[in-house]
Design a protein around this ligand. Sequence first.
Ligand code: 13P
Length: 217
Amino acid sequence: MSADTEIRQSIIDACIEMNRVGINQGTSGNISVRHGEGMLITPTSTPYATLKPQDIVFMNWAGDVEGRLDASSEWRFHLDILKARPEVNAIVHAHPNYCTTIAIMGRKIPAIHYMIAIAGGSDIRCAPYATFGTAELSVNAVAALEGRKACLLEHHGMIAVGTSLDNAMWLAVEVETLARQYHGCLQIGEPPVLSDEEIENVIGRMASYGHRDADAA
Ligand code: 13P
């Protein structure tokens, strides 16, 4: 298998994995990986189990595509995030149930647990609602991700980014865990949160602890 085919297959494997672990349903999600003078991205509305490496779409920085299928309807925010964030090499977008529940409520995930630090700061912001696939949604997503590696999308879902596809997938699962914990807390009441200083402390400790991607905030 050529290196190009391997990357394409890794995107398909990640799509199947995000449905297997339950952070996505159907073809609601989409994944991109920085590649040459652009990105490789999942095609729109195509069942993951049917995907072949050649179905993954290459899009250059100008938005021109190569491939027999159309790119994901969310190509704009994938392209804009990769342009805005040189350290990011992979993006996972999905509609995980707990993230989406919190996003429907228009809430961010606050520092309820020290693991919030893996997303780069003391909260995981919720980007204001805009229609899927629009430039407005892309602008909102890039802003919500500033200094962060994950964000929620109001009435929509979640985005996780990473220096590699493995990192972005790992973060997506962890963010859904945090959302689930926050949702649980909200059944009891408004949870107490850790201070910004403590989260900075944790971020520093994670860097020396060698946590994956902890230095790419
Ligand atoms: P695609 O099938 O076009 O990737 O999009 C689904 C989606 O989640 C839109 O937000």
